[in-house]
Design a protein around this ligand. Structure first.
Ligand SMILES: *Cc1c(COP(=O)(O)O)cnc(C)c1O
Length: 470
């Protein structure tokens, strides 16, 4: 019977074709340079796809951050920028959009997500306190550590297994949270750092039941929950698709219910919110908001612009409303899944189930002959670029960085290469080209040699590290 077991979520949940709920009004030409030129560009970039010039890239799947195509309405909104230093009308539109869609009371704009992470980490974390999160995110954990926090991963064990088909692999292990609270004392937990979907686990969602139970647990001990809302609209799609009782609820309803279980959120609006720059921070507690409003003036800008132009806030306000549209989210996640299912059909190892924003190639399974310190995921990203000019990103040992205390590398269980799909930018034909390139690189896998790191920056090293072929 095992051959009848569903291989993909599509088979498990039934598949109907989707189409984008928009048509194209303006196009941007793409150019592919030759194989020799790509080889030279790769060496010049130290085998780090972050250091490639965009002009040398054909299909850019480095990130979904700030790479979305804006709608005609957003572009029209850009023309309605009120560039007053204080009290811009675009701020009030933004505040209203966040209150409507996410439900939080008090809002601050920030230049992007990490600006908001910085403020909340500085305001809430006392030196030596613990921050428990469902797997780390690079900038999030760094800001928590720079504020004196000690990060503890409390995601369920299934999240670390790329082949496990758990429908909510982003869930928090409540047992791990309770054990931590009991061991360290509730007063030594700064907050629970909850993210949906979980980027580093493969864009995996958190269920409504999980956040509801987490809320009950935290209420018993008086612990706060702050949400990384960066991809919560996509998370809402998975709840709608997979969680009993939510099939007939809208993305907007699900998103708002989820947020209601948390005490506040930070946002990289460059992701779900469909803008090229921007972020925000939102809380429900007035004294905390006062503290944050104090800090925002120091690090970002006045509390009604937070480092953004009025026109950027307007585009964000409109983008937020578009981002909770059911048809939008369905086609967004559907396109990612389409790519993932092509690769699954060819038995290429990827993180299953396919997540919300990206397909994650399992580089450890791709290159079993490479040791983790030979940077298999970085190697795979370089090989893909060489094959077809497609740019992907390493999410493995290079991204994980070093333990500040011991100085040793973190050796993450997951060693992944991320094919991240920008929102509303590429077509299904681009996805076909990408899948065929991955297949070509896979067919050559046994001949592939790894990399060694020859330059290592101190912070967030993956952005600027340089490598050489072994
Ligand atoms: C991108 C991202 C951030 C940081 O946001 P920036 O806008 O890049 O500063 C935080 N958390 C998650 C999950 C992200 O993906």
């Amino acid at each position: 019977m095992s051959e009848n077991k569903p291989k993909t979520m599509g088979q498990q949940f039934g598949r109907r074709s989707w189409a984008e709920p928009w048509k194209i009004k303006m196009v941007e030409p793409l150019n592919m340079i030759s194989h020799e030129e790509r080889q030279a560009a790769l060496v010049e970039a130290g085998y780090n796809t972050f250091l490639l010039k965009s002009a040398d890239v054909y299909i850019d799947l480095l990130t979904d951050s700030g790479t979305s195509a804006m709608s005609d309405r957003q572009w029209a909104g850009m023309m309605m920028g009120d560039e007053a230093y204080a009290g811009s009308r675009n701020f009030y539109n933004l505040e209203n959009a966040i209150q409507t869609c996410y439900g939080y009371k008090y809002i601050l704009p920030t230049h992007q997500g990490r600006g908001a992470e910085h403020l909340i980490s500085q305001a809430v974390i006392k030196k030596g306190q613990y921050v428990a999160g469902n797997m780390y995110f690079t900038t999030t954990r760094l800001h928590q550590e720079l504020a004196g926090g000690i990060f503890v991963d409390v995601i369920i064990d299934e999240a670390h297994d790329p082949a496990n088909l758990h429908p909510f692999k982003g869930n928090i292990d409540l047992g791990k949270v309770e054990a931590l609270i009991k061991e360290k004392g509730a007063e030594n937990i700064a907050y629970i750092s909850l993210a949906g979907t979980v980027n580093m686990a493969g864009g995996q969602p958190v269920s409504m039941q999980n956040v509801r139970e987490l809320r009950a647990l935290c209420d018993r001990y008086g612990v706060k929950i702050f949400l990384d809302a960066t991809r919560m609209a996509e998370n809402a799609f998975f709840i709608q698709e997979r969680e009993p009782g939510y099939a007939s609820k809208s993305i907007a309803e699900i998103l708002k219910e989820f947020c209601a279980y948390t005490d506040g959120a930070w946002m990289s609006a460059k992701k779900d919110n469909l803008v090229n720059i921007g972020g925000w921070l939102a809380v429900n507690d007035w004294p905390l908001f006062e503290e944050l409003r104090n800090l925002v003036v120091v690090y970002e800008g006045l509390h009604t612009y937070g480092g953004l132009a009025g026109r950027d806030m307007e585009a964000m306000a409109i983008g937020i409303l578009e981002s909770v549209n059911d048809d939008h989210i369905r086609s967004r996640v559907g396109q990612v899944r389409y790519l993932g299912e092509l690769l699954t059909d060819w038995d290429i190892p990827i993180v299953q189930p396919v997540g919300g924003h990206a397909v994650f190639l399992d580089a450890k399974a791709f290159y079993p002959h490479l040791k983790q310190i030979e940077f298999p995921a970085q190697t795979l990203a370089a090989e893909l670029y060489l094959d077809s000019g497609i740019r992907s990103m390493e999410r493995g040992i290079a991204s994980a960085g070093r333990d500040a205390k011991t100085g040793d590398h973190y050796y993450p269980k997951l060693e992944l290469t991320r094919l991240t799909i920008p929102r509303r930018v590429y077509t299904q034909a681009h996805m076909d080209v990408v899948a065929e390139s991955v297949k070509a690189v896979y067919d050559e896998r046994e001949k592939t040699r790894g990399l060694k790191m020859v330059y290592e920056p101190k912070y967030l090293r993956f952005f600027q590290a340089r490598f050489e072929k072994l």
